[in-house]
Design a protein around this ligand. Structure first.
Ligand code: HEC
Length: 165
């Protein structure tokens, strides 16, 4: 037997073994066609596809923004007459600094809610004695006393720090 024949036989042999290995018996289904069963399986598939469609639609739907609970009544518990006075005085400041002391961009007014009381007092005093020039606030504070400043600062410092995200 020539070398070439031997080589070719080996190749053919390997191929035969490989083919036999990958051989799979074809399953013969002897079950008779059942219309009701086919119908049921079809309905199930349709429902499944519908569910997938809904899930996909929900994934791309815009997220529903939850309603933010609006705090009713005073933001600070007005437990003392001083706090009540501070709250009443602050009514004039709301137009620029906001109800929660959150500030207002359109007025260039900074957030002051939750600020240290001593800082608020010192700034109001500085503005009143013109160490710090604040022309827009001048009419609102020129008639206020140190005790008013204290009450204001007490109230404002207790407002929630809505601006400190
Ligand atoms: C007409 C608008 C306006 C009103 C009303 C107003 N403010 Fe102001 N307030 C401003 C502006 C604008 C500034 C920033 C000014 C600056 O840059 O110096 C400011 C600054 C301040 C500051 C300093 C904040 C900081 O971080 O240094 C305090 C405290 C303050 N206001 C308190 C008050 C209080 C208390 C009242 C009410 C009695 C009041 N403001 C009313 C416009 C207003």
């Amino acid at each position: 037997m020539g070398r070439l024949t031997f080589f070719l036989l080996t190749i053919v042999g390997l191929f035969a073994v490989y083919s036999l290995k990958s051989y799979q018996a074809i399953e013969v289904n002897n079950e008779r066609f059942d219309f009701e069963k086919a119908k049921k399986s079809h309905t199930e598939k349709v429902l499944e596809i519908e569910k997938l469609h809904v899930a996909a639609a929900m994934r791309y739907a815009p997220k529903v923004v939850e309603e933010v609970e609006v705090v009713q009544g005073p933001l600070v518990e007005l437990s003392t007459p001083e706090l009540q006075k501070g709250h009443d005085l602050y009514g004039k400041c709301v137009v620029c600094h906001g109800k929660r002391g959150e500030g207002k961009k359109s007025q260039n007014a900074p957030a002051i809610g939750g600020q240290f009381d001593w800082y608020i007092v010192s700034q109001l005093q500085n503005m009143k004695n013109k160490t710090r020039i604040n022309k827009v606030m001048d009419p609102y504070i020129k008639k206020l006393s140190d005790s008013d400043f204290n009450d204001l600062a007490n109230y404002i410092s207790k407002l929630p720090k809505a601006w400190a995200k």
